[in-house]
Design a protein around this ligand. Structure first.
Ligand SMILES: [Mn+2]
Length: 169
């Protein structure tokens, strides 16, 4: 199963549309957004994901997602947010996945060593992480917006070989 991991899109329309088009072309099975969408109107752009992919579109809120009510009402029509908004726990492709916007480094390490999850996802720092720690895949896809680093990135995880491919726009 292929899962696209996006974070920190920060309302960047062009980059969201470019990522959506690559995700559709690559016939990805699911999308997880690790937060910082910002405006509820981003639904207009994520709505261009193929219908089959939208059925498996999940997300958590970031610290810049202040308008949770309208994000839930608008983007929530196509994106299934974590029950508490902050910590997404789900199983896809037989892998147990944890996603949160801004877990501390120590928390990520503890989760990776807990044996409870196969894939740990985060965002917030706008910096890439792509490592496999004894079979546990730890990924921060960097920033889709590209505002801080000048690099606009997201990731596609293949749950069969447990590798994350980093895609730079
Ligand atoms: Mn951010």
């Amino acid at each position: 199963m292929k899962i696209a991991i996006i974070s920190d899109s920060h309302d960047h329309k062009d980059n969201i549309l470019r990522a959506v088009s690559i995700i559709n072309e690559r016939k990805v099975n699911a999308v997880i957004h690790c937060g910082d969408y910002v405006s509820p109107f981003v639904k207009r752009w994520f709505d261009k994901l193929d219908d089959a992919i939208k059925k498996n579109f999940f997300g958590v809120f970031g610290n810049n997602d202040g308008e949770r009510l309208f994000l839930t009402q608008n983007l929530g029509q196509i994106c299934q947010f974590a029950q508490n908004g902050n910590e997404l726990i789900l199983e896809l492709g037989g892998k147990r996945i944890f996603a949160s916007h801004m877990p501390r480094k120590e928390t990520i390490e503890a989760l990776a060593h807990s044996g409870k999850f196969d894939i740990i996802l985060s965002g917030h720092t706008h910096s890439l992480i792509n490592k496999n720690e004894k079979g546990v895949l730890v990924v921060n896809p960097g920033e889709l917006c590209g505002y801080l680093t000048g690099k606009s990135t997201f990731a596609i995880i293949d749950t069969d070989n447990m590798e994350a491919e980093i895609i730079e726009l």
